[in-house]
Design a protein around this ligand. Structure first.
Ligand code: DSN
Length: 468
């Protein structure tokens, strides 16, 4: 087996592995055997999985909550390490035979801390929703109060929405946006004074502007609340220095690992300089409270292969290539927003500071769902999204949410984004509403746009041929 001199900072220069070593490795033989068996014994399922690779290659994904995982992240996620059952943490497990997994989890934690500049990291949450549940379980007593961004204003389900267990088990109070569509800090401060929440949450799923963590922290401090920063959508921007970091401003930060980090499905909890601060009710430390909250309070066994994939993704996200891609993500979003606005599409907040662009369709004849489906039929993937003061239900909506993570990962730049805006406009301006949420695309436009999308995708391949 190849010795890694410095696994935390591993790089191709540090480790020389021959082709022979990796193709004949135990893991490679296992994966090949698995694929052979899948194709021989379950060809229908195998074909579905293969079709999706081709579909991803040939479609223009502008999904704001997605990024593409590097083949090595996918490979780590397919590891036989998944067979290991290991409740607890490295050095304190409830099962035997966890040596390799202990090493992998320790590596993932070290890489997460290095990447975000945090003092504490927990890599076990199965998603950011699980991470948020764990943080709230630790910091908010039963029937206690949390204050978060309203779902319709761009918040997240786990920030106290009535549709989520967080809105059921806690008293959830919500702040919204001002007339310009920015977070209304006056309202945040007023609600904090009036309701004295145990936790103030900064972050959301559909807020395209910079989050002012310093202001959030000042308000949290004024009422003795913990500040939780949920950076699921902007984690890549944060590590690349394209968005201010909350790590030392918030008491606790959470993120998903797939939205913008190119990692596997999963979540992460981080603490900066508050790691050794007293935990809730003055007992233990904040970091200790998070450890107990994830296991045993909210989760049982972790997913070892997903943690291996996280370790790989954190290493990739620390490389200069990732920072270059993230810079492009923001440039692309700006170019996309500018081109859409020039084409006459109103944008929530008038533009973007991040990777995300929200189109307001409330004056358009198409609903969000009809527009989403019309674009999908031409190979352009976006998602319907409620916008502030939306009058339509969540499955219909009056908005579209777009993001440039995957476009930038494919190497598309601002010019390609201007082209995307034209293609989007070509579809939306020629599609007519048919019944409530149906649509009728103009056949000639659909055919022309589909062809252009295929050309664009071929010019900017998702995975290089040599990776496939
Ligand atoms: N939170 C959902 C989103 O933003 O799309 C799923 O990750």
């Amino acid at each position: 087996m190849t010795e890694l001199r410095d696994p935390i900072h591993s790089s191709p220069e540090d480790v020389r592995v021959t082709d022979d070593e990796h193709t004949s490795s135990s893991q490679a033989r296992l994966v090949r055997a698995g694929l052979r068996s899948l194709w021989r014994e379950d060809a229908a399922l195998a074909a579905m999985l293969d079709d999706d690779v081709d579909y991803q290659r040939d479609t223009l994904a502008l999904i704001a909550s997605a990024s593409v995982a590097h083949p090595s992240v996918l490979a780590a996620g397919a590891a036989a390490l998944a067979n290991v059952t290991a409740e607890g943490y490295p050095g304190a497990r409830y099962h035997s035979g966890t040596q390799q997994f202990d090493a992998v989890e320790t590596l993932a934690v070290a890489r997460a801390k290095l990447l975000f500049g945090s003092q504490y990291a927990n890599v076990q949450p199965h998603s950011c929703s699980s991470a948020n549940l764990a943080v709230l379980a630790a910091l908010v007593p039963s029937q206690g109060t949390l204050l978060g961004l309203d779902l319709d204003s761009g918040g997240h389900l786990t920030h106290g929405s009535s549709a989520s267990v967080t809105g059921e088990h806690y008293r959830a109070v919500h702040y919204g946006l001002d007339r310009a569509g920015r977070i209304d800090f006056g309202q945040v401060a007023e609600l904090a004074q009036a309701h004295r929440p145990q936790v103030l949450i900064a972050g959301g799923s559909a807020y395209p502007r910079t989050l002012d963590f310093e202001r959030f922290r000042a308000i949290a401090d004024s009422v003795g609340a913990y500040l939780l920063a949920d950076i699921s959508h902007i984690a890549g921007l944060v590590v690349a220095g394209e968005h201010p970091s909350p790590i030392d401003l918030a008491h606790v930060t959470t993120t998903s690992t797939y939205k913008q980090l190119g990692g596997p499905r999963g979540g992460l909890i981080l603490i900066g300089k508050e790691a050794s601060a007293p935990g809730p009710s003055g007992r233990g430390t904040l970091a200790g409270a998070m450890q107990r909250a994830v296991f045993p309070r909210v989760q049982g066994t972790p997913n070892p292969s997903s943690i291996a994939a996280k370790a790989r993704a954190f290493d990739l996200a620390a490389q200069p290539d990732f920072a270059r891609t993230v810079k492009l993500i923001r440039q692309d979003a700006h170019a996309l927003a500018t081109a859409l606005a020039q084409l006459g599409y109103p944008l929530v907040t008038g533009g973007t500071d991040t990777h995300m662009v929200l189109i307001d369709l409330s004056e358009h004849q198409l609903t969000g769902v009809a527009a989403e489906r019309a674009l999908e039929s031409c190979g352009i993937l976006v998602n319907r999204n409620r916008i502030p003061a939306d009058t339509k239900p969540p499955l219909v909506t009056s908005g579209l949410r777009l993001g440039t993570n995957i476009a930038a990962q494919r190497g598309m730049g601002p010019e390609a984004m201007a082209k995307c805006a034209q293609l989007i406009d070509a579809v939306l301006s020629t599609t007519v509403a048919d019944s409530d949420n149906g649509y009728l695309v103009d056949a000639r436009t659909a055919s022309a746009v589909s062809t252009e999308v295929k050309h664009l995708c071929a010019r900017y391949p998702l995975y290089e041929e040599s990776d496939r």
